[in-house]
Design a protein around this ligand. Structure first.
Ligand SMILES: [Zn+2]
Ligand SMILES: [Zn+2]
Length: 123
């Protein structure tokens, strides 16, 4: 199965200076790179943030997430529930529901992130 050609997103969860989990936007088996695209968006992919959170499990509590795109509202729900403390994202990405989901998380837009920290966010 080829990777869905839609947006490449990577999320990395860091705790106490160590990378504890990472995720990329990943197509499910149902993804065919054609019919999975609705409104120019792959609806059959799990988002990078979600995959990273699943891998990190309870270790996400108090951790920092780095990602190359601003998390969508669905990912925000998971990030807040997982107890992530800080999210640092490189590119802003508009989601009209994002303002509803801030939780106790510190959301930081860092336009220089990828230049500064290529190792972490190389996609
Ligand atoms: Zn797809
Ligand atoms: Zn998302």
């Amino acid at each position: 199965m080829d990777k869905c050609a839609k947006l490449q997103v990577r999320a990395v969860i860091v705790k106490d200076g160590d990378i504890i989990a990472e995720g990329r936007n990943s197509p499910l088996r149902e993804c065919d790179n054609v019919t999975c695209h609705v409104d120019n968006h792959c609806v059959n992919s799990i988002h990078a943030e979600q995959l990273a959170l699943i891998k990190a499990g309870r270790r996400s509590e108090g951790a920092t997430m780095f990602t190359n795109f601003e998390p969508c509202s669905n990912c925000r729900k998971m990030i807040i529930s997982a107890g992530i403390k800080t999210v640092i994202y490189h590119n802003e990405k508009y989601d009209e529901l994002n303002h509803r989901f801030k939780g106790d998380v510190e959301w930081i837009h860092d336009p220089l992130l990828e230049g500064k920290d290529n190792e972490i966010l190389r996609v």
